[in-house]
Write a protein that binds this ligand. Structure first.
Ligand SMILES: *[C@@H]1O[C@H](CO)[C@@H](O)[C@H](O)[C@H]1NC(C)=O
Ligand SMILES: *[C@@H]1O[C@H](CO)[C@@H](O)[C@H](O)[C@H]1NC(C)=O
Ligand SMILES: *[C@@H]1O[C@H](CO)[C@@H](O)[C@H](O)[C@H]1NC(C)=O
Length: 644
């Protein structure tokens, strides 16, 4: 991604045609307005953040209603401030600096809060809170006991190797979550598009993409995906062969897809939990951090301290007293919560929190690093004006914690903190085992991260009408991820919102981008640490120069556009896949050799998902043709993007 447009070009496009009214206190200058805004906004945010925290950490109808009231109140405030701020931006902008204008611009961009019809806006907020509530309360009952997503169903998907049971859990979760939101989601799309059109955007998707402040986001994302596709293609096929050996090829469709329930995760988005089934070199060790964490009696708190210690070694501040007092690090007793992990800036100087139902395993240890990366971002920009207290790019916060976790996870570092036994030998085969483990997390995620918003952008744009919601979702899943539904999907199913970010209305492309950017951050950090040797072996623990590099980027917050921010750490102004490809090159070479001609899948979903252990003759598939199919699929998508 490059060619940044100056933010002020964007704002004039967005605000052109708005009826600019006279606003602001008599004789007030733009600078004075910004000061007044700062004070009033802090108060309003105080109230709405508190209500939001309650709504998510104590789910009830009462707290939902309070949250909707606080959101409406905040929206009203934003509408007023936008009116006043716009006057300074266009009519009385004389004497204002670029940075003051950028803050005004921020105040003028209020998203769906632009909806002035209070009933409609209230309904919009209620729908989202209602979908979150359905998601938080959903449970699947089997064999006389009922399980929530976290930790129950997640743990089952992680550890069970019983095809039928996995299939039942997979279906059960979708029946209890997504399916119940189908009507709500339809209404939500309508209401949010209506609101965002008052803001001169075509649809909600175009507003989401505009947050990146560069042109052609869709095209650029497709381009990045194209570059990393070979890695996924070869990982997929290697994993498929290993899974066939475990579950029997009769449980797999002849189209080359992997049934979605066999990958160790509810959405098949990370495959790290099936590492034991796909380990390349059986006689060589593979990291098993989960096992060590459990053996050594780690608690969620200790996992957070492990992350705190790593950041501290780079020269970051420790977590605040309030962090430890007010965070929710485990699922509490006696009340319902939204377990999906999130980091919170309560807009005070010392109140930062994480809300997470932490389980002691490697996946969650990585999430702890990721979320703590957000907190360090908040802490670094806390002295900026309110408008700048935001990441330069929505993909950065995750990428910060993730890139630091890449260093923590190196065998060298794990040994030093006792999470890997001293006997672990590093040779070529152990290295491939290691890279496989990392790929099961990072590479397996890429198409899922890519396609979730391909679906939503198309829905918001109206290209995918409500009656095609689920079909289109599966078309994308089959085409790009090469996975197929565990069981046949019916007309009532609505699988997209069985994923938290769809139910909770959170943009997703940032996660695809952060999976690319984190390697870019990591490589830049390794260069600062003067690392030599293969990239994947770099551990920068204790290297203050690395911390300085990160800080120079994080401190800016939203003050500068992200290409400027990323250049502070990396010296480059764009998002690139070079570091990611370099990191995994030895694994790609290995996979290509192992796969030979056996890779790829058909573009379309199988007609009938095979039941577990069905007795069917396997039809051999022509793999070269399949590679062409997926390549063309991406090509076609690119074409469509250009035409839009
Ligand atoms: C925010 O609310 C808390 C609790 O009600 C209060 O103590 C604090 O002073 C408020 N902060 C601001 C900036 O108003
Ligand atoms: C949760 O919310 C309810 C109101 O719905 C309130 O009575 C209760 O005190 C809250 N519990 C906690 C722990 O905040
Ligand atoms: C910061 O946290 C780390 C790890 O929890 C701890 O070892 C260190 O002593 C702390 N430093 C300060 C100054 O509190």
């Amino acid at each position: 991604m490059h060619k940044p447009v100056r933010a002020l070009t964007v704002v004039s496009v967005i605000l052109t045609g708005l009826c600019v009214q006279d606003g602001g206190a008599e004789g007030e200058t733009g600078t004075q307005f910004l000061e007044r805004y700062e004070e009033e906004a802090l108060l309003k945010l105080n109230a709405s953040k508190k209500a939001a925290w309650q709504q998510k950490s104590n789910v009830s109808d009462e707290n939902k209603a309070a949250y909707v009231r606080a959101s409406l109140d905040l929206a009203k405030f934003k509408q007023e401030m936008k009116e006043e701020g716009t006057v300074f931006l266009f009519e009385k902008s004389g004497g204002l600096s670029y940075y003051e204008k950028r803050r005004l611009y921020k105040i003028a961009r209020i998203g769906t809060s632009a909806q002035t019809d209070k009933t409609k806006l209230g309904r919009l907020y209620t729908i989202v809170a209602e979908m979150e509530k359905i998601y938080a309360e959903a449970e699947v009952c089997m064999e006389g006991s009922c399980l929530k997503l976290d930790p129950g169903l997640t743990e089952l998907m992680r550890s069970s190797r019983d095809c039928q049971k996995l299939s039942d859990v997979w279906r059960g979760w979708r029946d209890q979550s997504g399916k119940k939101m189908k009507q709500l989601y339809r209404e939500y799309v309508q209401l949010s598009n209506e609101a965002i059109r008052l803001h001169q955007y075509d649809d909600l998707g175009s507003q989401w993409r505009s947050e990146y402040e560069v042109m052609d986001v869709e095209k650029k994302v497709v381009n990045l995906f194209d570059q990393v596709l070979p890695l996924y293609l070869h990982l997929h096929s290697y994993v498929r062969r290993k899974l066939k050996a475990r579950y029997g090829s009769e449980s797999f469709p002849s189209t080359g897809h992997i049934p979605a329930h066999l990958l160790g995760n509810m959405w098949s988005q990370t495959w790290i939990n099936i590492a034991d089934l796909v380990k390349p070199f059986k006689n060589k060790q593979m990291l098993d951090v989960t096992n060590e964490l459990k053996k050594q009696g780690y608690t969620p708190r200790k996992m957070f301290q492990t992350a705190e210690d790593f950041f501290y070694s780079l020269g970051f501040d420790n977590m605040t007293h309030n962090f430890w007092e007010k965070s929710m690090l485990e699922r509490p007793e006696g009340r319902e919560v939204v377990c999906h992990p999130s980091a919170w800036d309560m807009n005070k100087q010392d109140d930062f929190r994480i809300k997470m139902c932490t389980t002691v395993n490697q996946e969650d240890l990585l999430t702890v690093f990721r979320k703590m990366g957000h907190i360090h971002y908040y802490m670094q920009y806390k002295n900026q004006p309110l408008g700048y207290r935001q990441a330069a790019n929505q993909a950065f916060p995750d990428a910060v914690g993730d890139s630091i976790a890449l260093s923590m996870l190196t065998p060298g570092h794990l040994k030093s903190i006792g999470l890997l036994d001293a006997e672990y030998e590093q040779d070529e085969e152990a290295d491939i085992n290691f890279l496989m483990l990392m790929a099961l997390d990072k590479i397996a995620f890429l198409p899922f991260g890519f396609l979730t918003d391909q679906w939503r952008w198309s829905v918001f744009r109206g290209d995918t009408p409500p009656e095609k919601y689920n079909d289109e979702w599966w078309k994308l899943r089959c085409r790009f991820q090469g996975i197929s539904p565990a069981v046949k999907r019916g007309a009532d199913d609505f699988d997209p919102s069985a994923k938290y970010h769809v139910a909770a209305n959170l943009p997703y492309i940032r996660y695809f981008l952060s999976h690319v950017i984190q390697f870019q951050f990591y490589k830049a950090a390794c260069e600062r640490a003067e690392h030599t040797g293969p990239l994947y072996k770099c551990d920068f623990y204790n290297k203050k120069a690395v911390g300085e590099g990160f800080k120079s980027m994080l401190q800016l917050g939203w003050k500068e556009i992200w290409p400027t921010a990323i250049s502070k750490l990396t010296g480059r102004y764009r998002i690139e896949t070079v570091a990611l490809m370099e990191y995994f090159q030895p694994l790609l070479d290995f996979l290509k050799k192992e796969n030979g001609e056996d890779y790829g899948w058909e573009e379309n979903c199988p007609k009938e998902p095979p039941p577990c252990n069905a007795r069917r003759l396997e039809t051999p598939i022509s793999t070269v043709g399949l590679f062409v199919a997926i390549g063309v699929a991406v090509g076609r998508l690119r074409l469509r993007v250009v035409l839009v």
